[in-house]
Ligand binder design. Structure first.
Ligand code: PBG
Length: 331
């Protein structure tokens, strides 16, 4: 007798929301989210950011309210971007960033976890992430690392939990780690912007931080940020940062680089952070505004993709909504 042929069905696992929820291989949690915060010394009232609905640039005072709102929504981890009022190219003054950190620490104590972005792009007149040579044709690596290390020490003394260097100079992780350790700051974490690609998708951020590279000298960041064409460099640079002492390794942008997240997951035991950057966030918001996507569902789909690829931590401008959206997520 001939055998009856049953098709190999997979659809039973998709039959209803209960079984889809039960068998999901990705579980999201708001506990893994970090909310970026912009704080500008030159403003007296919070201002909106072009392209980033729902996000504002805060004053040193209004940021306390923004943080309180996040806490009410279950988010207590932050990445700070302090923007100084005055630009310079050599004698940098980090006192505003220090005051921001101290203020937040004084107000919230250990209720919040604070990482601070460490870079010079919002400090320099030319908008590059480091110090330029005389004819503005090159970034001077070691001098930049020296300045960043001093900045890191000031932030650590002010009470930051984590330093997040985003400049992409060589050797900065080792330099910062050894100086922090020598000063008894061995408990301060380093989250390295390790696989940080040269990208179009930082546009709204640069607008918020006044940090776009200017018109004189080198015009873009391609001599220090990674080429999207070179995944080997991304892997090598990230593993180098791990060896130098980075505790958390970041991939940025996130959604366009899930292949990098997945490859790194196989090669390191360190936690991976995916930064869904300003332009990626803005793209979803622009679609949502035109009613072409469901805003919440679109962000949840991106977060799912990042987690599936291997991200342990997600940095998102919509982090403050993560708890609410995840709790009522439709399976
Ligand atoms: C500073 C920095 C940038 C971002 C984070 N830190 C911009 C850049 O490198 O030009 C981008 C974040 C975002 O777009 O959300 N170097």
């Amino acid at each position: 007798m001939e055998k009856i042929f049953y098709p190999l069905t997979q659809r039973r696992l998709r039959a209803d929301a209960h079984i889809r929820e039960l068998t999901a291989s990705v579980k999201l949690s708001h506990k893994c989210f970090i909310q970026p915060l912009f704080i500008d010394e030159s403003i007296h009232m919070p201002r909106n950011v072009n392209g980033l609905p729902g996000i504002q640039v805060d004053t040193i005072h209004s940021v306390l309210e923004t943080i309180s709102d996040c806490i009410l929504n279950g988010i207590n981890k932050f990445l700070l971007f302090p923007v100084p009022a005055y630009k310079t190219d050599l004698n940098f003054d980090f006192s505003f960033a220090v005051s921001v950190v101290k203020n937040i620490k004084e107000f919230f104590g250990d209720e919040v976890w604070m990482a601070a972005d460490l870079c010079l792009c919002s400090y320099t007149t030319h908008g590059h992430c480091g110090i330029l040579n005389d004819d503005h044709s090159q970034l001077v690596n070691h001098k930049t690392v020296e300045v960043l290390t001093k900045y890191a020490v000031q932030l650590a003394n002010a009470g930051v939990n984590c330093i997040a260097p985003s400049d992409m100079m060589d050797g900065r992780i080792a330099a910062i780690r050894s100086v922090l350790d020598a000063l008894g700051k061995d408990h301060v974490t380093i989250m390295s912007y390790a696989a940080k690609f040269s990208s179009q998708f930082y546009g709204p951020f640069r607008d918020a931080c006044h940090s776009a590279p200017g018109s004189h000298g080198i015009k873009n960041r391609k001599t220090y940020q990674l080429s999207p064409l070179n995944i080997n460099d991304a892997l090598a640079s990230t593993l180098r940062d791990e060896k130098e002492g980075a505790d958390i390794l970041m991939i940025k942008p996130a959604a366009l680089y899930t292949d990098v997240i997945a490859r790194l997951k196989q090669q390191t035991l360190k936690p991976l952070a995916a930064y869904h950057v300003s332009g990626e966030y803005a793209a979803i918001e622009a679609l949502a505004e035109k009613d072409l996507v469901n805003r919440e569902a679109a962000h949840l789909e991106v977060w799912t993709a990042l987690t599936r690829a291997g991200a342990d931590i997600i940095i998102s401008y919509a982090a403050k909504n993560a708890k609410e959206w995840i709790d009522k997520m439709e399976y």
